[in-house]
Structures are given as C-alpha cells and as structure tokens.
Design a protein around this ligand. Structure first.
Ligand SMILES: *Cc1c(COP(=O)(O)O)cnc(C)c1O
Length: 397
C-alpha cells in the first residue's frame, strides 16, 4: 500500500476518489474498514509512555486520531491537491477551528457578505467576543475587498459560487489581493467540491468544507474538513485535538464512500440543474434565474474558467411577492421542503424566511434576498419530473 500511496500523486481525480487514503488491515478487507473505537491499547507501559510523549507515532485516542478519519482526510487532501487535511464534527466546526487556530485577539477578518448564514453569526456574535473583528464585503466588488484590509487583517473568507444567488468570485484575483496584504485566503468549497473546483490551484491557502452536503451526498451525516499546507492544517489539528470538535469515525466512513461517487453525482446534479435553470429562464412567471451555468449570468465566464461544471444549486425569483413564492413551494409534491442541500433528493426553500430569516430588512435588500426568491438544490431525480413539480405551482401565479 505504501508504494501505491506514493504513486497516487500522479493519478487522475477519479482514481484518487476511489483509491486514495486506504490502509488495509491484516484482514485484507477490500472495502475501507470502519474503526469504531474511542481509544487504543498499548503493548507495554513503555509503548504507552512513548505514544503519549510523541516519541512513537500511533493512535492514542480518537479525539486525536482514528484510522477511518485519517483515511477520509488523506482522500480529501488528495482530491483538493492539498498536503494535509483534518476532519471536523461539522462544517461550522471546520470554520470555527480554522478561525481559532489561526487568529488571536486584535486580528481582523475580511469576509464575503454572501456566505452561509451561520458563518456570519459565528464571526459577528462569537469571534467578536474574543476580540476578532470582521468586515463584510459585497463578494464581486474587488475594490471593496481591497479597501476592507487593515494592518490587522489575517484571514480572508469567501464562498464561490455563493448561496443563494450564485455570485462567482475570482479566486486567483482575491488570492493576489489577500497575499499582497500578508493574509491567508480561506475558500469554503462546499458548493463545488474538488470534483468541480480546486481553489488551491488558484492560490487559495486553505479549503473548508461542510462534508454534510455534497461529500456525503445523501443527507445522512454532519461533518467538515479543513485542507491545505501541513503547517496550517497542523495548527487547526492542534485546536481540534484540544477542543474536541473531532470527526466521528462513522461519519468519516460515510464520507469516504461518498467521495467515491462524488464526481458522477456532481456531474449529474450539474446537468439537471442546467436543464431546470434553462426551463425556468424561459418561463413567463419567472422574473430572474440565478445560476452561473446560464450564459446570461454575470459570473458565467469566470465560472467556466474556474469550475468544470456549475453544481446543483440554483435560485429564482417568481412574479409576485412572498405569497407567490410560498405557493410554488407548497404546491410541489416531489421536492423536499428543507434547508439542506447537496442531497440526492431535490430540496426547495424560501431563503427570506428560513436560511436568511435572521437578516434585517436592509441586509436582505443588500444581499438580494427578496421575498419572491426560491432556492433549489437539484437532486438526482429525473429532471422532467422536477420541471413538472414546479410547473404546477407556477401555473397558479
Ligand atoms: C452547510 C454549510 C456550512 C456549515 O456546515 P455544517 O456541516 O452544517 O456545520 C458551511 N458552509 C456552507 C457553504 C454550507 O452550505
């Protein structure tokens, strides 16, 4: 296996997704083993002492290391083209651990205004309590990014494409701005996954993921991961070991298997989302569609450059107000009314009253979260059935 690990660097993404990060036990199992154990037995008191002191490498306790979690970390690192990765208990734990590990009181973050809602809460409500301040900027306004830096800026945080309006942010350009200010660029790559976009190749310093979404792909487990250069990942790992937001081995095993089909799923999600977006785009009751796969989308060209497909999340504004959007949502029969995304099952949600419900009316206007906006995460059902599911509601408007 060791030789294979060394060769893996030369292999293509699809091979890595299936083969990277497997370590077989002496049982010779073909599928990855699941190590559900909280601690590990030592052969002697000397060995226990050496493991604890670090003189001997090896497992001590699953808050520190677990073979299944390590398999997952190695596989995702290989897919992202990263030196190392550390699994966490959720996507938010990945973002929290990165922030705490790399920042101290007095430091400053520049963050895209269009990030996952809980990320905004974490940075404003909690990191702020410990003296870390954040400036939020409109994601595609590069002059605003530039202007937001202070001498205390250490971290820049962005999601691309953004949720729910599919803003596409130029990772290379933002990395250049960030590095000119001696800060680190963290990209939340949850929407594209390494199957469609590899931000480290465009100069990003660290990747965070909510593995809960496309990496699981079937809406079962919570998890997250931070990937990047070993020196940075080790800092995050140090915090995870001490604070305890470690990834469950069971969840790691689910994610490990999820990665094997990730690219096939991402291509299928993307294909159906594009068909649905095109259909919505020409529908007379639809005001506007937000999907970077549409040539009419402002971020389309950049998305073509930086992504290999456009992922499965799209949003659209119907004609009318909240009542119209709710009507369309409530008329669907197949789609699941839930805020989760990246599932085989298509999900539909009204951002203004759910995922973005905590925003003030002014913040909603700034972020484009209007009352007539609907977000869909396109699953793997037949897209003809999904179109029919939306058409019924739209015909009522
Ligand atoms: C869901 C999500 C998160 C948070 O992940 P959890 O696993 O729910 O903690 C972070 N970023 C993005 C883009 C997400 O969609």
């Amino acid at each position: 296996m060791e030789n294979l690990e060394q060769e893996l660097a030369q292999f293509e993404l699809d091979t890595l997704a299936v083969r990277a990060g497997q370590s077989r036990t002496h049982e010779g199992e073909h599928s990855e083993a699941l190590f559900l154990t909280s601690s590990y037995v030592f052969g002697s008191a000397q060995e226990a002492a050496d493991r604890f002191s670090g003189a001997q490498a090896g497992n001590v306790y699953s808050r520190y290391t677990n073979p299944t979690v390590r398999n997952f970390e190695e596989r995702i690192a290989a897919l992202e083209g990263a030196e190392a990765a550390v699994g966490t208990s959720s996507g938010m734990a990945a973002i929290l651990s990165t922030s705490i590990a790399l920042l101290k009181s007095g430091d400053h973050i520049v963050c895209s205004r269009s990030v996952f809602g809980t990320t905004t809460v974490l940075l404003t409500k909690f990191m702020q309590k410990f003296g870390v301040t954040t400036t939020f900027v409109p994601p595609t306004d590069y002059a605003a990014w530039e202007a937001a830096f202070t001498p205390a800026t250490k971290l820049v945080f962005v999601e691309t494409p953004s949720n729910p309006l599919s803003d596409v942010i130029d990772i290379q350009r933002l990395a250049d701005i960030t590095h000119a200010h001696n800060a680190l660029l963290v990209v939340d790559n949850c929407f594209c996954t390494p199957a469609l976009q590899r931000p480290l190749e465009f100069g990003a310093d660290l990747i965070v993921h909510s593995a809960t979404k496309y990496i699981d792909g079937q809406g079962r487990c919570l998890g997250g991961v931070v990937a990047g250069p070993k020196v940075l990942v080790d800092e995050v790992l140090g915090f995870v070991r001490s604070a305890g937001p470690s990834m469950s081995p069971f969840n790691a095993w689910i994610f490990l298997k999820g990665l094997e089909t990730l690219r096939l799923r991402m291509e299928a999600h993307s294909r159906s989302a594009l068909i649905l977006a095109e259909w919505l785009h020409q529908h007379p009751k639809v005001e506007k569609v937000f999907y970077a796969g549409l040539p009419s989308h402002v971020g389309h060209e950049l998305a073509v450059k930086q992504q290999s497909a456009f992922s499965g999340v799209l949003s659209f504004r119907v004609q009318g107000e909240r009542e119209a959007a709710w009507k369309v949502i409530d008329t669907t029969r197949i789609m699941s009314l839930t805020a989760n995304l990246g599932d085989t099952k298509t999900t539909i949600v009204h951002p203004a009253t759910t995922t973005h419900g905590r925003l003030t009316p002014e913040q909603k206007v700034e972020a484009g979260i209007t009352e007539n906006l609907i977000r869909i995460s396109v699953g793997l059902e037949d897209v003809k059935d999904l179109i029919a599911d939306l058409e019924r509601g739209l015909n009522f408007l």
